[in-house]
Design a binder for this molecule. Structure first.
Ligand SMILES: [Zn+2]
Length: 227
């Protein structure tokens, strides 16, 4: 399906990944959704270790379609606009850092089988694009894919809120080669939903000695009662 979509892209005029109008990768209106000013929020009592999370836009409508098109349908050139949006959220998140010194940008890892299925490590590439953008703006950011899953987890989307926390507890660890001790790290993810994934990523980084003052995502899920 992925290669078929990519093949169609070669033959047909590109359709906007947000609204399907024939207007290139993203039309002006959908692209503008990624240009909103980042806001600082919290998804609720996910975990006491969850730092503030900065997000650019709501995970709904065209933005939801864009992220799915990038992540699952092989529209990999979307890494540039999504990476720029993530960079804006990360830039806002630096306000929560204790100093303006060097910092790491650590993407939330995907399961290896998900990377194989998609054909790319979507967050790693998006974080790299965001770091390039931050460095162009003069910020001392370094991308480091420091985290990995150390056991199998179930798809979070299918689980209730309490089950999500249990599903993820202890699921992440730092790579033995990634030296994060004493360093400041901002976490990066595509979507903030319950906050459990970011909380687990924060725990793993802090256990390895990093300071995690904030996290950044492109989009944030609008909270529904009981979700
Ligand atoms: Zn559009």
């Amino acid at each position: 399906m992925r290669s078929y979509t990519a093949f169609l892209d070669l033959l047909l005029p590109l359709r906007c990944a947000g609204c399907s109008r024939p207007s290139g990768l993203l039309c002006g209106r959908c692209g503008a959704l990624l240009d909103s000013a980042p806001t600082r929020g919290s998804p609720g009592p996910a975990s006491p270790v969850l730092p503030p999370v900065w997000s650019v836009t709501a995970y709904a409508g065209p933005v939801r379609k864009m992220i799915t098109a990038y992540k699952d349908d092989g529209r990999t050139p979307l890494v540039d606009p999504l990476g720029r949006a993530l960079a804006q959220a990360l830039k806002a998140a630096t306000a929560d850092m204790p100093t303006d010194g060097p910092f790491l940008v650590v993407p939330v890892p995907s399961a290896r089988r998900a990377v194989r299925r998609r054909g790319h490590d979507h967050m790693r590439r998006m974080a790299e694009a965001a770091v390039r953008e931050l460095r162009r703006a003069g910020l001392p950011a370094t991308g480091l894919a420091a985290l990995r899953q150390c056991r199998r987890v179930r798809d979070q989307a299918a689980l209730s809120r309490p089950a999500r926390a249990a599903n993820l507890a202890g699921a992440l660890e730092t790579h033995p080669a990634a030296d994060v001790a004493g360093r400041t790290a901002l976490l990066a993810d595509d979507v903030l939903t319950s906050g459990h994934t970011l909380a687990e990523a924060t725990r793993a980084l802090e256990e390895a000695g990093a300071d995690v003052p904030a996290a950044a995502t492109v989009a944030v899920t609008l909270r529904r009662p009981g979700s």
